[in-house]
Design a protein around this ligand. Sequence first.
Ligand code: PRP
Length: 225
Amino acid sequence: MITLALSKGRIFEETLPLLRSAGIEVLEDPEKSRKLILATNQADVRVLVVRATDVPTYVQYGGADLGITGKDMLLEHGSDGLYQPLDLQIAKCRISVAVRADFDYASAVRQGSRLKVATKYVAIAREFFATKGVHVDLIKLYGSMELAPLVGLADAIVDLVSTGNTLKANHLVEVEHIMDISSRLVVNQAALKLKQVPIRRIIDAFAKAIDDCHSGSMDCGSSPQ
Ligand code: PRP
């Protein structure tokens, strides 16, 4: 049995064409089903539906053989013991610093003010501001970061930006681009040895699908960045 850990939402949707190119069809829609283990058209391949933050953990400890997770999750939660053979170039977005449109970020940084920064990416934010030499107080949140500057909880946020619509709708502006993000295939090292043939087949099919997307011979949908 090959077990693949995926999170619901964009990663799941954008993984389906890659799976299809490996001959794998997921038989249920995780948005409609409450099931956490989904069967596929291949009796020996199943999909686990897990929280995005938990994908590396499932794969690291062998609860899943493979997983698909954002570079943001790997940087924030660590990637110990994970083989990362492919950048799947799906679910592309960026991690940015954003502030209220009326907040003068440049002069706050220039004057050496201590910034209050709300984020769920505490490790990424700490590293970024330390490299810039900016003093920050980090406030850990688990979602809806955009709210924090609007109610005075923080001066700035560090969050994912894809279309930019959420920032715009909340009158926030991007002031720093920290890094580009996309999803990675991660593989349990022991599973790679024990189930080498079927796992290699999936890795190779994904690699070919990515090439086909780039060459235009496969319709992979659009990924705003
Ligand atoms: C992410 C991110 C932003 C939004 C950005 O949230 O935290 O809120 O997407 O997308 P946009 O630039 O296209 O508007 P997500 O929907 O993944 O949920 P989350 O708050 O649980 O992270």
